[in-house]
Design a protein around this ligand. Structure first.
Ligand code: ATP
Length: 332
């Protein structure tokens, strides 16, 4: 199958800064794809390369099998939803949504009909007459989405589109975006630095660091089987275990990772296990997170609510299932 977007050894350097560095990537048609990584890791630059706002300094980009270098943004069949929405304050919602069609020379009736349809899609029918200033943050976000969908792009690029929304609204928009994407079947490429958002929404996730992709995979794969210390650290709050520790408890001199929910904590310190002391406790509602010191190694464990939580300073014994200890290559 021809990929929706393909990067082949694609780089975008700004002088000495390797914003995107020899990236190989294939995004499938109809996929909800997340680009996840810390600030400055190259996610936005990747999105701008797909959109055509940036050109690669080396390597190539194809969109549905066609080489994209030199093709201007408006001829790419790709639209972008920006984090700040970039709506025109002086135009009403309908004209904001219809703007791209107007630029293409589509007549007024036709473009307004298409804009009405797009507003229905994002559940804002009847809002066409308002100005952006008369909308809530969540509604402005929907208008930006409608505007990007109005000319039915094959690929929709979303740069931290939910970043400006409060947590509650963010969660409901995550759900809606996901449903909309499934219903439309358009390829979504979504940039976020929020690992929870990437894992819960995407079909596949690429984890970026320093202009490079550290791992690409389904959310479960990235979470359960991180390929490196960086991915284990960045995605979730994995316990990264040094080779000496892994050697002692699993017989292999490799780096390991263990999720906080995979560690069991026992107050009875006789018998086998990893001796540790409780450093602090954080009550999270559905669980309590413990910060632990195991002979100088800082570990985290989560206890589901309802289990007994040891006191600060208590000496405890930690156990885990060896099958759940994930061994990995060191890398970055
Ligand atoms: P954020 O989450 O903060 O948006 P990001 O992962 O999207 O970060 P990019 O915006 O792609 O990261 O930036 C990657 C690197 O490239 C950064 O070091 C940034 O400073 C640099 N960079 C981006 N655009 C330019 C530019 N036009 N000129 C010089 N350096 C740039």
């Amino acid at each position: 199958m021809t990929p929706a977007v393909a990067f082949q050894k694609t780089s975008r350097h700004f002088g000495a800064v390797r914003a995107v560095d020899a990236v190989d990537l294939e995004i499938k048609p109809g996929e909800f794809f997340a680009m996840l990584g810390p600030s400055g890791s190259g996610k936005t630059t990747c999105l701008r390369l797909i959109a055509g706002f940036e050109q690669p300094t080396s390597g190539s980009i194809s969109i549905f099998g066609e080489r994209a270098e030199g093709v201007p943004p408006y001829r790419r069949n790709v639209n972008t939803v920006f984090q700040d929405y970039a709506l025109f304050p002086h135009l009403n919602v309908l004209d904001n949504v219809a703007y791209g069609l107007m630029v293409k020379g589509v007549g007024k009736d036709e473009r307004h009909r298409a804009a009405e349809d797009a507003l229905k899609l994002v559940q804002l029918p009847g809002y066409g007459g308002r100005k952006p200033g008369q909308l809530s943050g969540g509604q402005r976000q929907r208008v930006a989405l409608a505007r990007a969908l109005v000319n039915k792009p094959k690929v929709l690029l979303l740069d931290e589109p939910l970043g400006a929304l409060d947590l509650k609204l963010r969660e409901s928009m995550q759900e809606e975006l996901k449903q909309l994407q499934k219903a439309l079947g358009i390829t979504f490429v979504f940039v976020t630095h929020d690992q929870g958002e990437a894992l819960s929404m995407a079909d596949r996730v690429a984890v970026f660091n320093d202009g490079r992709i550290m791992q690409v995979g389904a959310p479960e794969e990235i979470y359960q089987r991180p390929a490196s210390r960086f991915v284990a650290d960045f995605v979730g709050s994995s316990n990264v275990l040094p080779p000496d520790f892994v050697q002692r408890y699993a017989g292999q001199h490799r780096w390991g990772s263990l999720r906080p929910e995979q560690i069991r904590v026992r107050s009875d310190t006789s018998g086998d296990g990893v001796a540790a002391r409780v450093v602090s406790r954080h009550y999270l509602g559905a669980a309590t997170k413990l910060s632990l010191d195991a002979n100088g190694l800082r570990l985290h464990a989560t206890l589901p609510s309802g289990t007994a939580v040891p006191e600060d300073g208590a000496h405890v014994m930690l156990t885990f299932n060896r099958d759940q200890l994930h061994l990995m290559e060191e890398q970055a």
